[in-house]
Design a protein around this ligand. Sequence first.
Ligand SMILES: [Zn+2]
Length: 235
Amino acid sequence: MRTGRPLSSPAQKVTSFFSGIIDFFFPPLCCICGKPSEHYPFLCADCLRSCTEFADVPDTALMRREHPADYVACMYYFDPLIQKLVHLLKYRDMPFVGECLGERIGTCFRDKPPAECDILLPVPLHPQRRRERGYNQSACIARGIAKIWKVPMETRLLKRCRNTRSQTKLNREERRENIRGAFQLRKSAKVPERICIVDDVFTTGATTLEIAGLLRKSGAKQLSILTLATPVKDQ
Ligand SMILES: [Zn+2]
C-alpha cells in the first residue's frame, strides 16, 4: 500500500509536481481501511472521524496527580486505530503522520492555555535511538503544532543523557526510577518562562514529570504537557 508524503521545503516542491501526477493515477491510500485518503496522505476522513478524541480537555486530577505541570492534556484515546498510527509514526518511518496529527492537535488547542507558551519542547530521544529511527517522533508532532500556533520548537534546550530501557512493561514506580536523571539542560541554556512539553503517549506521566520537575527548578513559570494519545481512559 502506498501512502503519500506532504512536501514542505522549496527544493521538495520540484518533486511535488511529479508526485502530483503519480497521486492522480495512484491516489494515496488510508493505512487503516485502504480507501483513497483525501484528508491526510495516510488516513481517510472516515477513519479520522472514528479516532476517539477527548471531547473536553482531559486536564484531570488523575493525570495531574503528583505532576508539577500546570496543565496536562491528551488529544486521543489510545484505541486500536490510534495505536496503529503511533506504530506507523514510531516504527514504520512515517514522520509525516506525527506532523499531520500535530497540526490537528494545534488546531484543537489553539485557544487553550498550552498555546500561550514561548516554546514547544518535544521530549528528546537519546542520540542513539534518534539515529536508529532517523527522527524524533515527538518533534514531528511538535512541528505540526508549531505550524498552527506560530510558536518556535526548541530541540536544543534539553538533552537525554541516558538511554533508558523501554518503559512498556514497567509499573508507575519503576518508570519513575527508570527515567530519573535521564535528562539534562544543555550548558548555558536559558529556560523560557512558558513551555509546552510535547510527547507521543502519556501513560503514567513519568517522562514528562521528570522533565517538568527539571524545568521548574530551572526557572520555568508556566508548564503545559500536550500529548498525542493516552491509554488512561477514565478521564
Ligand atoms: Zn480509512
